[in-house]
Design a protein around this ligand. Structure first.
Ligand code: FES
Ligand code: FES
Length: 157
């Protein structure tokens, strides 16, 4: 049995220890916002946060997660109010949408450690692939999310 926390809720999975986190989330927890793309760590469609850092859930065995805190797209905010979600909506980033939850989670992780990323930082951090070609809008939305976060910080004083 493997125990950790998903979106603030304790979970325990009676699955083989080498079960990829992606399938525990999708099949056992019905958190289907995290997508399967390549299954090989390349595309980033399956990106979730583990203790705040982005991981490819298709390659992460649940045995490695004992005691960690996992966040999926469903847990990023309760009401789409995370600055990344606000920016994504404002700039209408998605096309087909398949890659987008992974993109958003990778963007949220970047802004957590670098609240004012430049374009080079974004290109280095966001290795996710979008077959629809939304990459330019993704980059613009991350810069916009950084502005929203800065404005929120200024309001809080
Ligand atoms: S499905 Fe995990 S990186 Fe592509
Ligand atoms: S929006 Fe279609 S794959 Fe990215």
């Amino acid at each position: 049995m493997t125990r950790f926390t998903v979106n603030g809720n304790p979970v325990q999975y009676e699955l083989a220890p080498d079960t990829p986190l992606l399938w525990a989330l999708r099949d056992a927890s019905n958190l289907t916002g995290t997508k399967y793309g390549c299954g090989a760590g390349l595309c980033g469609a399956c990106t979730v946060l583990v203790d705040g850092a982005p991981v490819r859930s298709c390659l992460t065995p649940i045995a490695d997660l004992e005691g960690t805190f996992v966040t999926t797209i469903e847990g990023l905010s309760e009401d789409r109010s995370h600055p990344v979600q606000q920016a994504w909506i404002e700039l209408q980033v998605p096309q087909c949408g398949y890659c987008q939850s992974g993109m958003i989670m990778a963007a949220a992780a970047l802004l957590r450690t670098n609240p004012r990323p430049g374009r080079a930082d974004i290109e280095a951090a966001i290795t996710n692939i979008c077959r629809c070609g939304t990459t330019a809008r993704v980059e613009a939305a991350i810069l916009r999310a950084a502005d929203i976060m800065a404005r929120n910080r200024a309001r809080r004083g």
